[in-house]
Design a protein around this ligand. Structure first.
Ligand SMILES: Nc1nc2c(c(=O)[nH]1)N[C@H]1C(S)=C(S)[C@@H](COP(=O)(O)O)O[C@H]1N2
Ligand SMILES: [Mo]
Length: 256
């Protein structure tokens, strides 16, 4: 696949890493069409002399990819929805720890903190969230680790919530922090997407502990790691918030 080997670098591993930095559709394109590091170098004008400049190069490609994807993202394009018969049962669990370590939240103590560029920073209880109009949808969750599953999630659209609290809708990001200290963030157009929900119910019932009780944010236009569970803080900002996996090199936009 490679036109010319570069000394000191395991080019096969490097390409595998490069692939990981890119979301699925671009990753496939990348692996199928890239002639290897030669064309990567031609594309960016950087030369790869050691693994740290290779890393810089790959991050440049990933950042460029975020930029392209953000511009291609159409707020009107909907993720496919499925029938009840297509639901995956049992639905897989995933987190950066095992299922038995999923946070146990006492809803009496729980609040959703709201901060950043919003007019009303008052915290939300689950009852208050439950009083908002909800939407239900059956969509496919796609994990970067190579599995996908179809489930039914319901709750108030995040867009309605952001409008209600007087969020600055021209801000760039919405950040999320969770009970397990997981963090992720969305671009504002995705946060305002019609299918992006503050989920309070899974399969029509109270969201189970392992799937994010009391709330998760379901984003069917993004990879699974951009769907935070056990969210207890949300903030609107123009400062790049990053995230747990994003900070370890996963492509930030990660659209589907
Ligand atoms: N708080 C929190 N949210 C999280 C994660 C996590 O570790 N902690 N993992 C993410 C990843 S990688 C995936 S695939 C999904 C898994 O959600 P599930 O358990 O409902 O399948 O949750 C996402 N949200
Ligand atoms: Mo994931």
């Amino acid at each position: 696949m490679l036109k010319r080997p570069i000394s000191g670098i395991d080019t096969g591993l490097l390409l595998k890493d490069a692939g990981k930095l890119l979301p699925a559709p671009s990753r496939r394109l990348f692996l199928r069409q890239m002639a290897g590091l030669g064309s990567l170098v031609a594309l960016t004008g950087c030369s790869v002399t050691d693994s740290s400049s290779a890393e810089v190069l790959l991050r440049t490609v990933s950042a460029y990819n975020d930029w392209v994807q953000a511009r291609l993202f159409s707020p009107d394009r909907l993720a496919p929805e499925f029938s009840r018969a297509e639901i995956t049962d049992p639905f897989p669990f995933n987190a950066f720890y095992g299922e038995e370590d999923a946070p146990e939240v006492d809803v009496a103590d729980w609040q959703l903190a709201v901060g950043g560029l919003v007019a009303d920073k008052s915290a939300w209880t689950l009852d208050r969230l439950d009083a908002l109009p909800t939407r239900s949808q059956i969509t496919r969750h796609v994990c970067i680790e190579g599995w996908s599953a179809i489930g039914e999630w319901s709750g108030p659209p995040l867009a309605d919530f952001l409008r209600l609290v007087g969020a600055d809708l021209s801000a760039r990001y919405v950040g999320f922090r969770c009970e397990d200290r997981y963090v992720t963030s969305l671009d504002m157009p995705t946060a305002l997407h019609a299918q992006t929900l503050i989920v309070t119910k899974f399969a029509g019932k109270t969201l189970p502990r392992k799937y994010g009780f009391p709330i998760k944010v379901r984003v069917p236009t993004k990879l699974g790691f951009k769907n935070p569970k056990h969210v207890n803080e949300l903030w609107v900002t123009n400062d790049y918030p990053g995230g747990f996996w994003e900070d370890q090199g996963y492509n930030w936009f990660s659209g589907l």
